[in-house]
Design a protein around this ligand. Sequence first.
Ligand code: S3P
Length: 169
Amino acid sequence: MKIFLVGFMGCGKSTKAKQLANLLECPVIDIDSVIVEEQGMSIADYFAAHGESAFRRLESEMLKSFHYPETCVVATGGGLPCYFDNMDWMNAHGITVYLEMTAPQLVSRLHNREKRPLLKGMDDEQLLTFIVDKLEERNQYYRKAKLSINSFDLDAKMLLDGIRRKEEG
Ligand code: S3P
């Protein structure tokens, strides 16, 4: 089983991916970290040097060319499902899970904005407006996931139970 976690920045994809991988005793792959390692620079520096379009091409290439183990949990960047055919590709290669949160919940969790190029310099009010607008645009992609679940207070074990139920039926 390959589990792809999708959702907005700050919804807890990386943390939940690690917890799920611990429960399943399988590797965890974080596409952003793979890019950072391969490029030898942070995502913010990559955006600054090459621009967003180049980043979108690169993350799509990474997603599709990575050699995934048979069982693994994959954390994706918040924008990844919304470009090219990435969401369809993930649906064809594993089980996709949308870790959903409301805009105010996301604001309350997005403290470190400087490392995220799209959020740089925003105060809480600007961030809330940005998230509301972006969620409206992105939800059509996120909602293609096989399972959508509010992840604000979500225990990894409950998440895994939900995924298994979806897999079975
Ligand atoms: C992005 C989310 C980031 C990262 C990049 C762009 C987005 O990943 O891929 O900064 O467009 O939502 P996280 O969701 O892990 O912060």
